[in-house]
Design a protein around this ligand. Structure first.
Ligand SMILES: [Fe+2]
Length: 407
């Protein structure tokens, strides 16, 4: 064992503890009845996720990587995989098809104890995968919980403040140049982040700000359907926040589906940016070099944008100028993932993770689009430049927004 190994092990154990605290805190928001709800028809009942996080760690770290024999194989299997059927093709299981909460919690406790004892022997890559898997669920659980009736969750958050004066849309010229996509071999990334490669991006222009609710409302008034997160009561529009409805915050980023984002762009005589254009606007500089974050080298924190679990809902699109990119584009990280026009597909040199072959490959089906950036509920580690998110174009529950481009 190298001298760095105990330090590395301690750092990973701390990250694992912190990720567990995140997901435990989320489940603490629920009333007991909520666990058997299915707030999103195309996803499992919430009880699945209570077991899934531990089953994933067990299956990846204990069973697959270290060959430890199972103490409860039916749960390892029952809680192994989530679902992503086409919209409208919901699962048909009933609450009684699932085990009781106590049984699941007992399984979880036993998994945690075992994993803590095994962590030192586990391959570093697999532990990273387990930690990031849990943190991804800390975000996707928020989408699920967002769609629960308010009386099924304990309210704890204060909504972000919103200003009244209209934000003026501005287009920013991004000169032609190079963009680096993907991750270096020696760094951690999921399989779809490899291999690192450079692409040439012709000149284009991009909205300085994400499209606001005010702008999207003009489109709705012109006949477009209202986004999933909006509700109209007595002629007034409201935003359905995580813990309550508020009058539609007009300067906040509009959460929409890919389908809606691209129709808006067409209606406005614009297009959605590609993944490569996003990289260019976010990480390139007028001097020619590229940087790890839109604002430069500094680690992400709440001054740079609405990210890393500080808020539950979007803020105004001009509320975090300290996060602007070198070209002056705002909020390329945080306040909602950004839809791109790029279909999710492998980078040159892709090969699937042997221990989780379906993670990305199952979605290279021309039915998913790449999102970049981050949402209010995205952990800071996913702000690395190479990270790619993807969803179906008509899946309305994601904290996803967009900005427009022009070639
Ligand atoms: Fe999962």
């Amino acid at each position: 064992m190298s001298a760095a190994a105990p330090l590395l092990h301690r750092a990973l154990a701390e990250q694992m503890d912190e990720a567990r605290r995140r997901t435990d805190d989320l489940f603490d928001l629920l009333t007991p009845a909520a666990l058997y709800s299915r707030p999103i028809p195309e996803r499992h009942r919430l009880i699945f996720y209570l077991g899934h996080l531990e089953a994933f760690d067990w299956n990846q770290i204990a069973r697959n990587a270290l060959g430890v024999s199972s103490f409860q194989p039916e749960f390892d299997q029952l809680f192994e995989f989530g679902i992503d059927p086409p919209v409208g093709k919901a699962a048909q299981d009933q609450p009684a098809d699932w085990p009781g909460v106590r049984e699941v919690l007992a399984y979880n406790r036993r998994v945690r104890e075992s994993i803590d004892g095994l962590l030192e022997r586990a391959p570093e890559q697999i532990v990273h995968v387990a930690i990031e898997h849990r943190l991804m669920h800390a975000e996707t659980l928020a989408y699920l919980f967002h769609n629960l009736p308010y009386d099924q969750k304990h309210s704890l958050a204060v909504d972000p403040q919103h200003a009244g004066h209209p934000v003026q849309p501005v287009m920013i010229e991004i000169p032609a140049g190079e963009a680096t996509l993907g991750q270096k071999r020696e760094e951690f990334g999921w399989d779809n982040e490899f291999a690192e490669h450079r692409v040439h991006v012709p000149a284009f222009s991009l909205g300085k700000y994400k499209v606001t609710n005010r702008q999207y409302l003009d489109f709705v008034r012109d006949g477009a359907p209202a986004p999933h997160f909006w509700i109209q009561r007595a002629g007034q529009w409201f935003y359905r926040g995580m813990f309550g409805e508020i009058p539609l915050p007009l300067n906040a980023a509009a959460y929409v589906m890919h389908k809606e984002a691209s129709s808006y762009a067409r209606w406005a005589g614009k297009i959605l940016p590609t993944e490569a254009q996003f990289h260019r606007a976010a990480y390139a500089t007028p001097q020619g070099h590229e940087r790890p974050y839109p604002w430069g080298e500094a680690q992400p924190d709440r001054s740079r944008g609405n990210l890393d679990f500080h808020h539950w809902d979007p803020t105004d699109v001009d509320s975090s100028p300290a996060g602007d990119s070198a070209f002056g584009v705002s909020q390329l990280a945080g306040n909602g993932w950004e839809w791109t026009s790029t279909q999710f597909a492998p980078f040159p040199g892709f090969s699937p993770f042997p221990f989780y072959p379906g993670y990305s490959q199952n979605f290279f089906d021309q039915e998913h689009y790449v999102l970049k950036g981050a949402s209010p509920r995205t952990a800071a580690c996913f702000l690395r430049r190479s990270f790619r998110n993807w969803f179906r174009p008509d899946y309305p529950y994601v904290y996803a927004c967009f900005r427009v481009a022009e070639n």
